[in-house]
Design a protein around this ligand. Structure first.
Ligand code: MG
Length: 298
């Protein structure tokens, strides 16, 4: 039966090269060469069986892709360039026919997601336990000439933008989304973005993060919210309005950002205002936009 060391040997044979990487996986630590002009950004994100995926439904390749893409999406949210990642996985002792093959598929999923962005996996750790699968990725990013964009810079009068249609990701997109890294760098280098976040918890909650951290309020125009086809499909099943799915569902991983520029090629959904309240304007009325109790549904 192959063990952890066979897995490390196999990983070494798979690794992507990067000019940053001086010493790759297989030693106690990886070694990266860092440009002194770059800021180092660090984030970590985990996915758990039964919470973020269902191992009875989702293949290990898709699970690996998802956990890496969540981390890459956080890089997009700050407009940084992913530089390298390390991963851990806790494999269940029971229930896997071939744990070695399963771990390889997890790794290949992560690599598949990271390779297009030249982000090598430079280290990690695997273990087995009497619990469901848990996978964690820590990502390192570099500022690469663009100051990191935070959640705290939104100003009164800024326009609020999103980069794509929202809602219903639970029908499958939560496993297959593409992190908006290129778009984030393109916008951040061409227009003045004052704040940004990736939509992981739903527009209503993520806009609240921006407003709270920027000490501002917002008005959102219900007619301008881009509703994904999946939100409409889901509403046929659960009879909630498609708009509610677009406003409150999580894991779209589109970008939500603010800018004083009124002509950004993204979807303008509202405007930053004074105060602390977030209002949703419809044709007939204006109501507070409260985040709905968010639960992670599979
Ligand atoms: Mg995020």
């Amino acid at each position: 039966m192959p063990g952890e060391f066979d897995f490390i040997t196999w990983i070494r044979s798979q690794q992507s090269k990067s000019p940053l990487v001086q010493l790759r996986a297989g030693d106690d630590l990886a070694v990266l060469k860092w440009d002194p002009n770059d800021l180092l950004l660090v984030g970590v994100d985990q996915v758990l069986d039964g919470i973020h995926f269902d191992s009875k439904i989702h293949a290990p390749r898709a699970i690996g892709r998802k956990v890496m893409n969540r981390n890459l999406s956080d890089c997009a949210a700050m407009a940084c360039v992913p530089a390298a990642a390390v991963a851990t996985c806790a494999l269940p002792l029971a229930g896997l026919a071939d744990p070695f093959a399963y771990a390889k598929e997890l790794y290949l999923g992560m690599k598949e997601a990271a390779d297009p962005f030249n982000c090598p996996l430079v280290g990690g750790d695997t273990a087995s336990w009497n619990n469901p699968l848990a996978v964690t990725v820590t990502i390192l990013g570099r500022s690469a000439g663009i100051p990191p964009i935070t959640r705290s810079g939104a100003k009164v009068g800024d326009w609020i933008y999103v980069t794509g249609p929202l809602g219903g990701s639970i029908l499958g997109r939560h496993m297959t989304f593409h992190p908006r890294l290129e778009l984030a760098r393109q916008f951040a280098s061409t227009i003045h973005i004052t704040s940004m976040i990736d939509i992981s918890d739903g527009l209503s909650r993520d806009l609240r993060h921006i407003c709270q951290q920027s000490n501002v309020g917002a008005i959102v125009d219900a007619d301008k919210i881009p509703i994904h086809e999946d939100a409409r499909k889901l509403s046929q099943q659960d009879h909630l309005a498609p708009l509610d799915h677009a406003l409150h569902d999580g894991e779209d991983h589109e970008l939500l950002f603010t800018s004083a520029n009124p002509e950004v090629p993204a979807i303008c959904v509202g405007q930053i205002v004074e105060g602390s309240s977030i209002q949703l304007n419809t044709k007939l009325k204006s109501v507070p936009l409260e985040p709905k109790a968010w639960e992670h549904r599979l």
